[in-house]
Design a protein around this ligand. Structure first.
Ligand code: PEP
Ligand code: MN
Length: 376
């Protein structure tokens, strides 16, 4: 049985190598041939006892299947994962305490809302994403220097951000653009974490860099361009680090959910989904921030939803409006690019907020959050 939160093996600044943090060595939960796997949901009766629930869970494990237990206010939902032929033979409805049993018919199973029957919370460092609090992530597009990242980390923390972002490996449209500081960038992020106390999120672009990035990151970012890099999705799925999966610029909401399914199917349920704008025929903005995705995702999946209005609109002056709209639409978190000297930024300066404008935005986000029953 898994708990919603990852085990606290990921202590900032002092980590065992990734190989040591993988689930039971390198074994995925089920083999990488998941085509035959089925997810079944057991809904227990409101008066089911803890003993009955534990009995069901241990019987599922005895059969070589896996149980994922979610505790709601009224009842417990048990998700069963395993090979279709195995699950179908089992008399899941016959256990005392069971009210009903049904298969997940959607193509995405483990990410579907009904699989858990309740919203998941994902812990990044000590910060919980997916609760009443709207979590603000902020920081520069790229880590550029010690002064830059330390100064930005301190100012965004003082304004109310809870997670520091910053790219060390940068996916750039042109091979001639700044590609990020790589390992040095990660070390600077770790220093900024020590100084500010904020957990860090940073992008991993390639499976060959995962071991390195995972030694530093509190949350791995999979960028829009890599949303369907299935080998990378499987690899991050074999860690227990939180992963923020960004929607590809030409990907449907369903594509995003199917990509997330890759990560969960390897055993990592600590996934955040991020809407960051899609390509449309519109040319007045960098992308079109698809805020439709927020309520749709909240209905379709138990995973928390992050919105990145910075890349979504791509123009500094318009970022705040879309950030407020994202919170009003129900986002669990927003990610904002902030730079202390945007005119000198090595990437995305034109869409980065100045620290003082970010501070002002946080004040306004707080008002909107309260208006929709959330908090900052
Ligand atoms: C980023 O967050 O800086 C980034 C490159 O994002 P995306 O993958 O959404 O373009
Ligand atoms: Mn950027």
């Amino acid at each position: 049985m898994r708990t919603v939160f990852p085990s606290p093996e990921v202590t900032p600044g002092h980590r065992p190598p990734l190989s040591a943090r993988r689930k039971t060595s390198c074994e995925p939960i089920f083999s990488t041939q998941t085509a035959n796997s089925l997810a079944m949901i057991i809904i227990t009766r409101p008066d089911a006892t803890e003993e009955q629930i534990q009995h069901i869970v241990s019987r599922i494990a005895d059969w070589g299947l896996r149980a994922e237990v979610s505790r709601g206010e009224m009842r417990v939902v048990i998700g069963v994962i395993g090979a279709e032929d195995k699950i179908r033979q089992k008399p899941l409805g016959a256990f005392p305490g069971v009210e009903s049993v049904m298969p997940v018919l959607k193509p995405y199973k483990l990410v579907s809302y009904e699989f858990r029957g309740t919203a998941s919370r994902v812990k990044v460092g000590d910060v919980v994403v997916g609760s009443k609090e709207v979590v603000i992530m902020a920081g520069p597009c790229s880590v550029e220097s010690e002064d830059q990242i330390l100064s930005i980390a301190q100012s965004i923390r003082d304004s109310g951000a809870k997670i520091l972002r910053g790219g060390a490996f940068k996916p750039r449209t042109s091979p001639y653009s700044f590609q990020g500081l790589g390992k040095v960038g990660l070390q600077l992020l770790a220093e900024a974490r020590r100084e500010s106390g904020l957990p860090i999120i940073t992008e991993v672009m390639d499976t060959k860099d995962l071991e390195l990035v995972a030694e530093y990151a509190d949350c791995l970012q999979i960028g829009a361009r890599n949303m369907q890099n299935f080998s990378l999705l499987r690899e991050v799925g074999r860690t227990q680090l939180p992963v923020m999966l960004k929607r590809g610029m030409a990907a449907s909401i369903k594509d995003l959910l199917m990509s997330a399914e890759y990560i969960l199917s390897e055993g990592n349920f600590n996934v955040l989904l991020c809407e960051r704008g899609i390509r449309t025929f519109e040319t007045m903005t960098r992308n079109t921030l698809d805020l439709n995705a927020v309520p749709v995702l909240k209905a379709e999946t138990h995973l928390p939803v992050v919105v990145d209005p910075t890349h979504g609109i791509g123009i500094r002056d318009f970022v705040p409006a879309m950030a407020l709209a994202a919170v009003a639409a129900g986002a669990d978190s927003i990610m904002i690019e902030v730079h202390n000297a945007p005119e000198f930024a090595k990437s995305d300066g034109e869409q980065s907020l100045l620290p003082k404008d970010f501070a002002d935005l946080v004040r306004r986000v707080r008002c909107v959050a309260e208006a929709v029953g959330r908090a900052v």
